[in-house]
Design a protein around this ligand. Structure first.
Ligand SMILES: O=C(O)CCC(=O)C(=O)O
Length: 291
C-alpha cells in the first residue's frame, strides 16, 4: 500500500497545533471498537476497569489502559494507516506512550478543562502526539474537542492552582473561548493533538454519546524529564511500534514547570476536579495509563 499524502496534514499541524484525518478508520473498524467497549464494560464492577462519573457508579467516563483490556484497542493503536500519519508528524521512530478511552455519555459526560498535554508529562523534546479517534459522529453538541489554533507556539501555560499542579489553565491565563475552534468530524476521524496545544471539551449536553479512543505516541528520542507517579507509570507500557529505539535523547531548549500535584491522582478528570484518592483506589497503579 502506498504512503498517504500527508503534506496538508503536516502543514495544518505545524500552523495550528492540530490536524484532522477524516474517516481514517472505516465503519467496520469503528463498530469493532464500540463493540469492544461494550465487552470491556460487561463486568459486575465497572470500577475495576473504568473510572466512573462522580455520583453514578454505573456510568463509566474513562476506560483505563484500553490496549491492555481488549485486543481491538491494541490493534487500533498500531493501525498502519494511523502510524503513517503519526510518522509524518513526529518521524519514523515511533514509541507507543499510553492510551485511554473517554466515554462522554448523553447529558452526563464530564468537562475536560483547558490544558496542554505536555504540562502532565514534559519530555526532552516536543515530538509527542496524541491521536484522538472519534467513535461517534462528533459535533459541538456532543462535545467536539475545542482548541486554540497556534497556541502550541506559545510555550507552556500555567497549570498550577494554589501552588500545586492541577492540570488545567484557569483564571487570567485561561484562553478566551471566542478564540477556540470546535473540531467536528464524523466517526472514524482522528484529531492529531500537538503536546503544547491548548484544548478543552465541554460536558456532553446532547442525547448522543461521544466516545473517543486516545492512543498517544512519541518519537524514540523524546525521553521523559519527570517521573512523578502519574507520568512514571506510563513508562512500563512504552514500546516501539515502528522504526528503531534511540540511545540518544534529543533535547529542545526551554524551561518546563514540573507537574507536582498535591496528592496522587488517577485521571485528568480527577485532578482537574480536585479529587483523586491515589493509585490504589483508582486502579491506575496496575493498568499504567495515568493522565
Ligand atoms: O476527551 C476529550 O474530549 C479530551 C481529552 C483530552 O484532552 C486529554 O485527555 O488530554
Amino acid at each position: 500500500m502506498s504512503a498517504p499524502d500527508t503534506a496538508a496534514l503536516v502543514k495544518e499541524y505545524r500552523e495550528n497545533g492540530f490536524a484532522v484525518a477524516e474517516r481514517l478508520f472505516d465503519q467496520d473498524e469503528v463498530a469493532e471498537l464500540n463493540t469492544a467497549i461494550t465487552e470491556v464494560l460487561a463486568v459486575p464492577d465497572i470500577g475495576s476497569v473504568a473510572e466512573v462519573e462522580p455520583g453514578d457508579n454505573s456510568m463509566a467516563r474513562r476506560i483505563w489502559a484500553p490496549t491492555k483490556q481488549h485486543a481491538a484497542f491494541e490493534r487500533a493503536a498500531a493501525h498502519p494507516g494511523l502510524l503513517d500519519h503519526v510518522e509524518a508528524l513526529i518521524g519514523p521512530d515511533i514509541l507507543f506512550h499510553y492510551s485511554k478511552l473517554h466515554l462522554k455519555a448523553p447529558q452526563v459526560g464530564s468537562v475536560v478543562e483547558w490544558h496542554q498535554d505536555f504540562a502532565y508529562y514534559p519530555h526532552t523534546n516536543t515530538d509527542l502526539v496524541t491521536a484522538l479517534l472519534y467513535l461517534d459522529d462528533t459535533t459541538t453538541e456532543n462535545s467536539a474537542l475545542q482548541a486554540i489554533p497556534g497556541s502550541h507556539l506559545r510555550g507552556l501555560a500555567d497549570h498550577y492552582v494554589d501552588g500545586f499542579f492541577r492540570g488545567k489553565v484557569v483564571g487570567a491565563d485561561a484562553p478566551d473561548p471566542s478564540h477556540a475552534v470546535a473540531i467536528e468530524a464524523p466517526a472514524g476521524s482522528v484529531v492529531f493533538i500537538h503536546p503544547l496545544l491548548l484544548h478543552y471539551s465541554s460536558p456532553n449536553r446532547s442525547d448522543r454519546f461521544r466516545r473517543a479512543f486516545l492512543p498517544a505516541y512519541r518519537a524514540a528520542d523524546a525521553y521523559p524529564i519527570h517521573f512523578g507517579a502519574h507520568a512514571g507509570h506510563n513508562e512500563a507500557g512504552v514500546r516501539l511500534l515502528r522504526g528503531s529505539v534511540s540511545d540518544t535523547a534529543r533535547v529542545e531548549g526551554g524551561t518546563w514547570r514540573l507537574p507536582l500535584a498535591e496528592r496522587p491522582f488517577g485521571s485528568l478528570f480527577q485532578l482537574q476536579e480536585g479529587a483523586g484518592d491515589g493509585p490504589a483506589a483508582t486502579g491506575y497503579a496496575t493498568l499504567e495509563d495515568a493522565k
